[in-house]
Write a protein that binds this ligand. Structure first.
Ligand code: F0G
Length: 431
């Protein structure tokens, strides 16, 4: 039987169904988030099929996203796919980071190896394919930098116009530079991420542009491939824990959905637990899970990990469901903890951007609290490349890094360059 795809309201009390080609980001009945669901997925030979595809030169098979296409079969025509060979990111053992966290062993799944340097490419190739299927000529997003870099690249490759809205003064230069280089029309709005998202949702309706933020369910479908590829690389042995940073919580939603579906299809034998880590200055999801009550947005989110500087994450209802389904936990970490963990990841020869380092900082706390056992099998997902934010790195190592409240961040593992004269003897002395 061929698989059938629908859009369905995520709200358990509603579950309204829509056609997969409806241009919708929220349920028209109750306003809930939407998700793609499928009937008739046959995963029996899938493990062998994806293995064989690794030897294929077909661009669809060579993509670390589309290689797993049977697990998100929303598209009926694969000639609509624009691929930059996304995914195919490595699992890296990191003994130094493991001992920093207090673990016997730790593996990083490094999404910074993607074509535009972040995990957003996994979702964007799917979002842009759907945009092409719907005949969209313009796509738009609000971003803390990585979504925009990714959307700019995929839209350019697909010949679609990209409109990008960024919080002025609060994204790293590397990410802004990418959007410009890939030819996107770029607007720096004098507001924060949450305010701009509300603005652009109004604009999308008024002027008919297709939104490629993570409210777009097809982005979430693509990000599931991060989990499928990781499991495939481990011969479908599920780890005990998967650790990731949380901002708008799209990735948490995607990871949880992927794990539930993999379990239901019999691809894995147990559910790993999700651990989501937020920066303490932008931690509404942590507060909500820790303290209960109603969900309260953080009005003025602050963190140097600008990728996750988000106070009102749109995907929190999905993320909450995934934390509950996976017996997951949510942790928060300080600016100093992020900075030091990041330097440790650098010392492994791996490196990442600040938001990604929240994983190691969070793990260290969770191990110390006894939530994660020292001998646990843990995969932490590094979401962005080390070169995304070189300014932060330079300031840390030269003892000039300051938290948003003006307090100093210690250069605990600092490594300074030394200026020397053009003189062999002087350099010998310096050595
Ligand atoms: N890590 C990095 C490097 C990110 O860029 C983001 C999100 C996250 C983690 C958090 O992921 O939002 O799915 O919980 N960046 C978005 C952007 C918001 O616009 O690039 P999330």
């Amino acid at each position: 039987m061929a698989s059938v795809a629908h859009l369905v309201c995520f709200n358990a009390d509603c579950r309204a169904e829509y056609a997969i080609t409806d241009v919708l980001y929220n349920c028209t009945r109750c306003g809930g988030l939407l998700e793609a669901i499928y009937h008739g997925i046959d995963a029996r030979d899938l493990k062998r099929t994806v293995c064989e595809r690794r030897m294929s030169n077909d661009p669809l098979d060579a993509s670390g996203v589309w290689r797993y296409r049977e697990l998100f079969p929303f598209l009926d025509d694969y000639s609509l796919v624009t691929t930059l060979r996304e995914g195919n990111t490595p699992l890296l053992d990191a003994p130094l980071a493991a001992s920093y966290a207090g673990l016997a062993r730790l593996t990083f799944k490094h999404q910074g190896f993607n074509p535009t340097g972040s995990f957003k490419d996994n979702g964007m190739t799917c979002g842009v394919a759907q945009a092409r299927r719907l005949g969209m000529r313009r796509v738009a997003c609000v971003s803390t930098g990585n979504t925009s870099a990714s959307m700019a690249a995929y839209a350019a490759a697909a010949g679609i116009e990209a409109l990008i809205f960024l919080p002025h003064g609060n994204i790293s230069l590397g990410k802004l530079a990418q959007a410009l280089e890939y030819g996107a029309r770029t607007f720096e709005v004098e507001a924060n991420f949450d305010q701009i998202l509300a603005l652009v949702r109004v604009l999308a309706e008024r002027v008919g542009i297709y939104l490629l933020n993570s409210v777009n369910p097809f982005r979430i479908e693509g990000q599931k491939s991060i989990i499928f590829e990781m499991l495939d690389q481990r011969d479908w042995r599920a780890p005990d824990w998967i650790v990731l940073p949380g901002g708008n919580l799209g990735n948490t939603s995607a990871f949880g959905k992927a794990l539930r579906e993999a379990r239901e299809l019999g691809l894995i034998e147990k559910m790993p637990r999700l651990a989501v880590v937020q920066a303490a200055g932008a931690a509404p999801f942590y507060d909500f899970v820790a303290n209960g009550g109603s969900f309260k947005a953080v009005e003025k989110p602050e963190t140097l990990a600008t990728a996750i500087r988000i106070g009102d994450p749109v995907s929190w209802p999905k993320a909450l469901h995934e934390i509950r389904s996976s017996c997951g936990v949510v942790e928060q970490v300080t600016e100093q903890e992020i900075a030091d963990a990041k330097a440790q990841i650098g010392r492994c020869g791996i490196g990442c951007e600040p938001a990604s380092a929240a994983t190691l900082a969070g793990l260290r706390k969770l191990v110390a609290k006894g939530v994660v056992r020292r001998d646990a099998d843990v995969v932490a997902v590094l979401t962005g490349n080390v070169l995304k934010d070189p300014d932060y790195i330079y300031r840390y190592h030269t003892d000039q890094l300051k938290a948003p409240d003006g307090s100093k961040i210690g250069s605990t593992y600092g490594n300074r360059s030394v200026v020397v004269p053009n003189d062999a003897e002087a350099i010998e002395r310096a050595l």
